[in-house]
Every structure is written in structure tokens, then in C-alpha cells.
Design a protein around this ligand. Structure first.
Ligand code: AHR
Length: 618
């Protein structure tokens, strides 16, 4: 039983308590949330030295193939002599020989393109032709069995221009390809070849997959931390996520490789992230690199102090992009992109799991100072690092961050043992954002462990102001992080894990105040048969430290009890304060073995009735 003292509120639960952490990992953006169906639409996939792409995305023609009719011939090459623009330097050149009507190229999407019968798909591309080529262009959705939808574009010009046509799918399939074919010979050049479902979340152009966004809406998240994670500060400075590369016309964004092993178009960029936050009702919390990269490689990959200003400007300018007036430099771009109203950005995160290096220490304070001076309304979220020890929390406190972001991926047993983690935190220091956590698994036990952990967070919500499970998304067959992910999906299915439902349970039922309470557990086990003989495991998934009284009542003579506190060599008595009473049976308290179990009881019984009750200390 639980006794709640409704007249004894302890701490207020902040509105921000349950949030999300989104990173482009496991194809969470391209091939995931971002609804684009064409993969490698602008031929900007490229090999990166020292980087291994697990799916082989090192080639500019990845996901494309040529279509040659019987007896015909065409050659496709990726070129950069006359690009669409300098930020999108590569394009496809298709040379078609005479007698090759129907030659062209086809894209296979992300292992097949998913289309639904009756739905409309918007095709667009940039193209130019040489003087000899002046044919109609046929755009077709194809399966092995034939065409399932098509459109036509006439009259390509001799300089880059954008063309579009919509196509209605005549069948539902996950295995379509998109073919672009030509009649007549000549040279055609193409770039930014795109196919979007008309149905995106809120019907937005360049929009997001409705079913995946709905899974976020259903969590009612208060905060949305993005774009990472490790991709925020990158594997080397060239790979850091620079938000200025991700805004404006999608054809002019500067794509990059993703340290998780694939390429990213940035079609889902900062403007779209801010829109998404509006759509799902969450406070945006962008994470910026502080001129220090991820640390997988050479720790000297830090911006030189002479070059630091452009990184600091990124932080200050981002506030202007989100909140500035429409006549400010960055606010104007926001308005031109279709959002003159400010996004009301309130938080900026500085760094992600950075190491406690002298370079980090030297650079970080410059960002805090600049934001305090130029955007004093912004709350600064620093980074405490990875692991329970939170190596740089004190540093964040010293530099006056409003919150500091701590991360851990541990076993469920660890989460159960940490329900009191914040009980003794200094309440006058920097507040905490548990910005990434997961108990390494998507089983029910993991979810229960996370739920137990969240009860400790709610009790300490004066310290922990925000939380976010991580990672958020994983596409089947495209994963880099399989230990645990909140939402799994493929091209048509969205799987909400047990961990998801725990997040939802807490988020949708968040109270305003934490109330003082006492808990009494009573487990009544009636064993069939008299006397019954067997082994009964009575497990309680809570930290033993919370129990101060345990009674075991057995209806027959023999009862052997063992209790573990999960610590090698510790004794039962120290766990339960010696209040281990047995009525009607014999209990033997064993010394604890090296069992790293969190179960309080695991006992052999011979009894016709066994009642165990435990009273919680807090
Ligand atoms: O969530 C996956 C990764 O785990 C994040 O990119 C990083 O911040 C953490 O180490």
C-alpha cells in the first residue's frame, strides 16, 4: 500500500520534466523522419578517409543505377564542372546513345520505395540538356511486375531549372523504384532528384513522416533536444553539425557525412527542427559544439583560439535565427523560409559529453560569456559528460550553467540501484538535465527499471528539471545502436517499445507537486497443495536500501531465505536493518554471495502459505 500525504507537497514537478532526445542515428533523419523517398538525391555521397560506411555509402552513385533498353546504351557519371551551386557541387551526367529510347536512371530509395495505392507523390528535379537532347522525360514508379504510376515533363532547358510533376500510385508496395527515362539521344544533367509523399505530418512541404511524428506527439514531450549526441560535435571539426549549413533552400544546403556511418542531406535541418518542435508542442533545445570535436580521433581537433569566434557566433546567431526580428540578418532568413514569427527559443545546449580536456576548459567559458551578454534570456545547458560519475558537472556549476546534461547507458540493475541518485545532491548547484539514458534493452524489465528510476527523479524534481530517453529512433536493418531504442520502425511500421510506454505513462500523468509518501509492499503467495514444495523466487525490483522492515510469514515449518543487496560480500542485515522477522517458519539469513542480483528475495520454501511484507523507508 502507498500512503500519500496530500497536505505535504515536497517539490514542484517542472513542466519540462519529460522530453525527447533526437539524434540522426539509426537513419532517424534520411530514411526515417524526413519523408524524402529518394536516397542520395544530389549525388553528394562520397568516400571519407578513415570512415567506414556500414552500408557502403561511399560512392556518389549509391542507390542509383542506369536503365538501358535492349540494344541501347547510356553512360552515367557524377560530375562537378557546372554545378547547381557551390554548396551542392556534384550532379549526374547521363549520356544517351542513339537508338536508346527509354534509357535513364533509377533510384532504389532506402532498400525500396514505399508507396500506397491512391496516394499522391510529388516528384521534382533540376535538369539541363545539351543542344541535341530535347526529349520528354518520363517519371515512373516501377516494381518488378511493371509500372505503378507515372508522370511526364516536357521541354528541358539548356541551363539548370527545376521541374516537377505529381504521380498517383496505382498499387501499394514497399519495393518500388523511381525511374527517370528519356526518348532520343544526347546529354542530360540532373540534380536534386526528389520524391515526397503528399501526405506528410501537417501536410508540410519538405516534411516529415506522419506516423513517426505522431509517435512523438503521443508522448506529449515538453522538450526536444537535437541534433545530437555525437553528431553535434562531430568526428573532427569538419564533421561537426553546423546549423548554418542546414537552412535555406534544400538545394543549397551543404550535406555532410554522419559519424554513425552514412550520409546526411540536411533536408531535415534547423528550420524543420524548430517547426517540428512547434508541431509537437516541445521547447527546442539545440546542442552546439563549442569548437571541440567528439574525441574519437585526435583530441587536438579543436578550433584554434583564433578561430573560435565563428563557433561562438554560431551560438549567438542561432538565437537570432530562432527569435530575432524579421529585419535582423538571421531572423530575415527564418522569415523568408516561411516563419516570420519567432520560434521562442529558451534554451541552448553547449557541448555533448565533452571530455575534460584543457582545450575544452579553455573554450567553453567564451560561449557562456557571449550568450550571457548577447542573449541573457537564454538558459544555458552545459554538459556533465558520459557515465554515472558526471566528470564535468562541477565545471558546469563553476561556470554558472542553468542546467547540466548528464548521460548514462547502463544495465537495468544499475537503474534500480540508482533510484536515490539525487537524494543527496546539493540543491543550490546547477540543475540537472538527464539528457540521454537507457537501461540497455527493450524488454519489460528494462522499462520497469527505467520507471523505478523516474520515481527517484520525480522525488528530486527540484534538481532534475528535464529528462530524455535515448536514442529515440531506429530503422530496422539500418541500425548502429541496437542496445535499446525507444521507437523502432521500417518503411511502413512503427513499433512503440515497453520503454516508450513508460515514457508515455510518466509524461501524460505528470503531476504538479511531489507529495510525501510511504510505501508498504505486501506480496501474498498462496502455494497450491499442502504442504507445497518448490522454489519460489520473490523478486522486488527496487533498491533494497529503501526497505527497513521485512516480515516473512510462512504457514509451515521450513523456510530458507536469502536476500541480496547486489553488492559482493554484503550482508542481509545491513540491507534491511536487521528487521527480518519470520513467523511460523524458520528463516536462515545467508551471507550474500557474489550474485549481482537486485532481488530482495529468492527463497526455497516448503510451505502452504507464504506472506512477505516489506515496509519502505522513503
Ligand atoms: O545516443 C547515442 C550516443 O550516445 C550519443 O550520440 C552520445 O551523446 C552518447 O554517447
Amino acid at each position: 500500500s502507498v500512503r500519500v500525504h496530500v497536505d505535504q507537497p515536497t517539490v514542484a514537478l517542472p513542466d519540462t520534466l519529460y522530453g525527447l532526445f533526437y539524434e540522426d542515428i539509426n537513419y532517424a533523419a534520411d530514411g526515417g523522419l524526413y519523408a524524402e523517398l529518394v536516397q542520395n538525391r544530389s549525388f553528394e555521397y562520397f568516400p571519407v578517409e578513415g570512415w567506414s560506411s556500414r552500408r557502403g555509402q561511399m560512392q556518389p552513385m549509391y542507390a542509383w543505377e542506369t536503365i538501358e533498353p535492349a540494344g541501347g546504351h547510356c553512360v552515367a557519371t557524377v560530375e562537378d564542372a557546372t554545378p547547381l551551386n557551390s554548396r551542392n557541387p556534384h550532379y549526374l551526367r547521363l549520356q544517351i546513345e542513339k537508338g536508346s529510347d527509354g534509357a535513364g536512371i533509377a533510384n532504389s530509395g532506402f532498400d525500396g520505395i514505399r508507396v500506397v495505392e491512391g496516394d499522391v507523390y510529388d516528384f521534382s528535379f533540376y535538369a539541363k540538356r545539351n543542344v541535341n537532347a530535347d526529349s520528354p522525360v518520363r517519371i515512373t514508379l516501377k516494381t518488378e511486375d511493371g509500372d505503378i504510376g507515372s508522370g511526364r515533363i516536357d521541354g528541358l532547358s539548356e541551363s539548370w531549372a527545376k521541374y516537377d510533376v505529381s504521380i498517383t500510385a496505382k498499387e501499394t508496395t514497399s519495393n518500388a523504384s523511381l525511374a527517370i527515362t528519356f526518348v532520343g539521344a544526347g546529354v542530360i544533367e540532373m540534380d536534386m532528384i526528389s520524391l515526397f509523399p503528399r501526405k506528410t505530418f501537417n501536410g508540410r512541404k519538405n516534411g516529415l513522416r506522419a506516423d513517426l511524428v505522431q509517435a512523438l506527439v503521443d508522448l506529449k514531450p515538453a522538450v526536444f533536444r537535437f541534433p545530437g549526441g555525437c553528431i553535434a560535435h562531430g568526428q573532427g571539426l569538419d564533421n561537426a553539425y553546423r546549423w548554418k549549413d542546414t537552412i535555406g533552400d534544400v538545394a543549397e544546403r551543404k550535406p555532410n557525412w554522419n559519424l554513425w556511418g552514412y550520409h546526411q542531406t540536411y533536408g531535415l535541418g534547423y528550420f524543420e527542427y524548430f517547426l517540428l518542435c512547434e508541431d509537437i508542442g516541445a521547447e527546442p533545445l539545440p546542442i552546439l559544439a563549442v569548437g571541440v570535436s567528439c574525441g574519437f580521433r585526435d583530441p587536438r581537433e579543436n578550433a584554434g583560439m583564433d578561430d573560435l569566434q565563428e563557433w561562438i557566433d554560431d551560438a549567438v546567431d542561432l538565437v537570432e535565427f530562432a527569435n530575432g526580428p524579421v529585419d535582423s540578418r538571421w531572423g530575415k532568413i527564418r522569415a523568408e523560409m516561411g516563419h516570420p514569427e519567432p520560434f521562442n527559443l529558451k534554451y541552448v545546449g553547449l557541448g555533448n559529453e565533452d571530455h575534460h580536456t584543457p582545450q575544452f576548459e579553455e573554450r567553453f567559458p567564451h560561449f557562456v560569456r557571449a550568450l550571457r551578454q548577447q542573449a541573457p534570456e537564454i538558459k544555458i545547458v552545459g554538459t556533465s559528460g558520459l557515465g554515472p560519475e558526471i566528470p564535468i558537472y562541477e565545471f558546469m556549476n563553476t561556470h554558472g550553467c542553468d542546467l547540466s546534461d548528464e548521460h548514462y547507458y547502463e544495465s537495468p540493475e544499475w537503474f534500480l540501484s540508482q533510484t536515490h541518485r539525487f537524494d543527496d545532491f546539493d540543491r543550490n548547484k546547477t540543475k540537472v538535465f538527464v539528457g540521454e539514458y537507457a537501461s540497455k534493452g527493450n524488454r519489460l524489465f528494462n522499462a520497469v527499471a527505467e520507471a523505478a528510476y523516474l520515481t527517484g527523479i520525480e522525488r528530486n524534481a527540484d534538481i532534475v528539471q528535464m529528462t530524455a530517453y535515448a536514442p529515440l529512433f531506429a530503422r530496422y536493418g539500418f541500425t548502429q545502436w541496437t542496445a535499446a531504442d525507444l521507437i523502432w520502425f521500417d518503411e511502413k511500421t512503427v513499433v512503440r517499445t515497453p520503454n516508450y510506454y513508460v515514457q508515455q505513462l510518466f509524461s501524460l500523468n505528470k503531476g504538479d507537486q511531489y507529495l510525501a509518501n510511504e510505501t508498504q509492499f505486501r506480496l501474498d503467495l498462496s502455494l497450491e497443495g499442502t504442504p507445497a514444495r518448490g522454489r519460489v523466487g520473490v523478486g522486488t525490483w527496487a533498491s533494497q536500501a529503501i526497505f527497513d522492515d521485512v516480515k516473512v510469514i510462512a504457514g509451515s515449518e521450513t523456510l530458507f531465505g536469502e536476500a541480496f543487496d547486489g553488492t559482493e560480500g554484503s550482508e542481509v542485515a545491513s540491507v534491511i536493518n536487521g528487521s527480518f522477522d519470520v513467523v511460523g517458519g524458520v528463516c536462515r539469513q545467508n551471507d550474500v554471495s557474489a550474485t549481482p542480483a537486485m532481488r530482495l528475495f529468492d527463497r526455497s520454501v516448503e510451505a502452504d502459505e507464504l506472506i512477505i511484507s516489506m515496509r519502505a523507508k522513503k
